[in-house]
Design a binder for this molecule. Structure first.
Ligand SMILES: Nc1ncnc2c1ncn2[C@@H]1O[C@H](COP(=O)(O)OP(=O)(O)O)[C@@H](O)[C@H]1O
Ligand SMILES: [Mg+2]
Length: 285
């Protein structure tokens, strides 16, 4: 068996996945997206049984998995899952379509219409780029003057992505959110991410603690994963004031370095188990 891992920068997660693949006597084919060239006349690449997508660039992942899948190469996650999770507008639409509880969202395309949407929704709101991660460039807006300033900055200084205004209600969460890891049809573990700051990403200093996977959390997360197409995903969940659980967003190339010891679950092992299972089920052909 040969498993390809599509990656750019090698993070601790990729190292753990490499070890997990090699430990089983499976041949590892490391594919650096920064060096790869795809000759579109070719019908096959790398001769692997599956490719595990671990690229840091969402855009690169979208194109490469499309190229691979068109050649019947099993890609995990799939092109659809990557497209659905990589864009928060699309994720919100799918969560809504499949009746998965989530935050209220409005989408607008000019600063004027975005301001109108914000005023109607009521302060505070959160505005974030549709494509992005690690809590970057997301703003909590509490007043009209702040809204006007941020919208003007985005329209003037931002790239094309910043003229798609993704506006979300602010959820007054209890100093933490939940990050749950779903592999296939199971929530394998979860962590609380606590912070003094309203942005709780561990990449921004949020502290990780084990979060028990209750039947309620499992049901919400497996349904959310299914809505975006399944596979291996990490779901951000908020506890609302009434202790209801709602989905914030879904990540398709999950980071888990802070969650193995914290939860006692060997996440990379479960991921590679899943890849092998998919290969055995002949999902690529
Ligand atoms: N609507 C919101 N209400 C309250 N907190 C939020 C909201 N949106 C984001 N956050 C906080 O910011 C963090 C990062 O936002 P998220 O939507 O997950 O973007 P990213 O893709 O950058 O991780 C969340 O984990 C949460 O702590
Ligand atoms: Mg997040």
């Amino acid at each position: 068996m040969r498993i390809g891992v599509l990656c750019s920068r090698i993070r601790p997660e990729e190292k753990l996945l490499f070890t997990e693949i090699r430990k089983r006597g499976i041949e590892l084919v490391q594919i650096d997206t920064r060096k790869a060239v795809f000759d579109l006349e070719k019908k096959n690449f790398y001769d692997t049984d599956a490719i595990l997508e671990r690229s840091i660039s969402h855009t690169h992942a979208v194109y490469i998995t499309k190229i691979l899948e068109d050649r019947n190469i099993l890609s995990i996650n799939s092109y659809d899952v990557i497209k659905n999770c990589g864009d928060k507008v699309v994720t919100s639409l799918l969560l809504d379509k499949f009746n998965v509880p989530t935050t209220k969202v409005r989408v607008a395309f000019t600063p004027e219409s975005a301001l109108k949407a914000i005023e109607e929704m009521g302060y505070p709101v959160v505005i974030k780029p549709g494509v992005g991660s690690w809590g970057r460039l997301i703003s909590k807006i509490e007043t009209k003057s702040a809204a006007e300033a941020i919208l003007e900055h985005k329209a003037t200084l931002g790239t094309y992505h910043h003229s798609i205004f993704y506006i979300q209600e602010y959820v007054d969460k209890p100093g933490r959110d939940i990050r749950a890891f779903v592999v296939g049809d199971k929530t394998i573990c979860a962590i609380y991410r606590s912070s003094e700051h309203w942005i709780t990403n561990t990449a921004r200093g949020g502290e990780a603690k084990n979060c028990p996977v209750t039947p309620e959390l499992d049901e919400l997360c497996t349904r959310a994963a299914l809505a975006v197409g399944g596979g291996i995903v990490a779901i951000d969940v908020f506890e609302t004031e009434g202790s209801r659980l709602i989905v914030n967003e879904i990540n398709h190339t999950m980071e888990f370095r802070n969650s193995i010891k914290t939860t006692g679950v060997n996440i990379p092992e479960k991921m590679i188990d899943y890849v092998i299972e998919q290969i055995k089920n002949g999902k690529g052909n």
